[in-house]
Design a protein around this ligand. Sequence first.
Ligand code: UDX
Ligand code: UDX
Length: 461
Amino acid sequence: MAFNVKKICCIGAGYVGGPTMSVVAQQCPDIEVTLVDMNTARIAAWNAADLNELPIYEPGLAEVVGEARNRNLFFSTEIEKAIQEADMIFISVNTPTKNYGKGKGMAADLKFIELCARQIAEVSTTDKIVVEKSTLPVRTAAALKSILHNTGSAVNFHILSNPEFLAEGTAIQDLLNPDRVLIGGENEDAIQALVAIYARWVPTDRILTTNLWSSELSKLTANAFLAQRVSSINSISELCEKTGANVEEVAKAIGMDSRIGAKFLKASVGFGGSCFQKDILNLVYIARSYNLQEVANYWEQVILMNDHQKHRFADNIIQTLFNTVNGKKIAILGWAFKKDTNDTRESAAIYVADHLLNEMANLSVYDPKVPAEKIYIDLDNLNTRNAAENQSLVTVSADPYEACKDAHAVAILTEWDAFKDYDWAKIKAHMKKPAFIFDGRKLLNRQQIESLGFNYYAIGE
Ligand code: UDX
Ligand code: UDX
């Protein structure tokens, strides 16, 4: 039976669900798309009259939302109503790493996914296609199926896996022009219903269909491979610092080999973001659960290397500042996990800051998109010290020049383009001497910065 999808509902209006459904609505004006979320403040922000107040910052997102909102794109907290009316339901709720019980610190916590499935099972009165958008462990669809098929009602559910490969900061471009769209499933008509939606704007040779399990595992594997490249080049960056090689030159030299490729070879203070660490831990956990210890250890090393990179960056600051940062002001430029996003999940900045705070440094933080409250929450969530101590050791500036004033050192932790164009002579004039810059993103021009009289350290040089 061919499906005619007229109404879509997406549960979870976060960094994935929000931009994805906005683009679907923009590209399919005849389909009504409703994003629901249990977080009322978040839904209110999606409905904000001022498009600058959307809960997520992504270049181009405000324009897409502006075009489709209240035409065929709606944001609501009426979850049950949206489920009931929809022909197709995307599940895009978060799947954090478990912080309790079996698999603590490794496995994905699927309680939100299960709650969604139970809610869908309970309120549905017509047949639905249920699409896993959230990144999930392999075989999660089996659990979804079991819940949905045991409702005792006559409603039919078809489960698809459609992992999202967008990267934050380029979400809209990635959604409009994806390398590929992956759809896994068992029912050919359900698969074709989702293919037909993407085919409105994605060339069909880039829409790949597979079985459910391949689709689920491909998402984890893609993230693991990407993160592995960053850890690989970061491991070489440390060797470069010892040998006189320059990691940028090495990356260019190897990247020109078409078998290796030039992308994702930028050495950095460490990868962050909501996905890489979580998904690799998940992969490791799954491998261990099948007793594949070598496979698990292999991928775990990607995380260990990343942790090492963050620690050694912070340690280098301490050592260079004459082995103590106690009472010294250090300016942190950038708190987001990468440029062009206000997302700070697993950002390297959080861990570098925490390490410096353990040594009693005074930090002053500036990020163009991250508000002060978020920075304190990120630090408080580590539970390394209490909130009052974080408040007293960390200030957040709304102005980068103010943040750097009287600092012994500046640490660049996010690659915001604007940092390149700062008046670095002016910044130096108001810093303590000798003035140090620790560039965790290799953003600045060494020659120019050294000619101003800075002591300049960059990863991998
Ligand atoms: C999340 C996962 O982290 C990622 O692995 C997955 O691929 C997609 O979902 P993201 O969109 O970045 O990614 O998460 P987040 O911004 O936290 O958004 C999830 C939203 O779901 C939140 O707004 C939360 O309030 C909502 N939610 C969660 C519900 O509406 N109901 C629930 O039961 C749980
Ligand atoms: C990633 C995947 O790219 C995307 O396909 C998936 O859907 C979600 O996870 P995201 O985390 O949003 O996307 O951003 P990404 O651009 O992959 O960057 C992740 C982290 O790696 C960032 O902290 C970034 O700064 C770092 N990174 C990336 C490097 O340090 N060097 C690089 O060469 C590339």
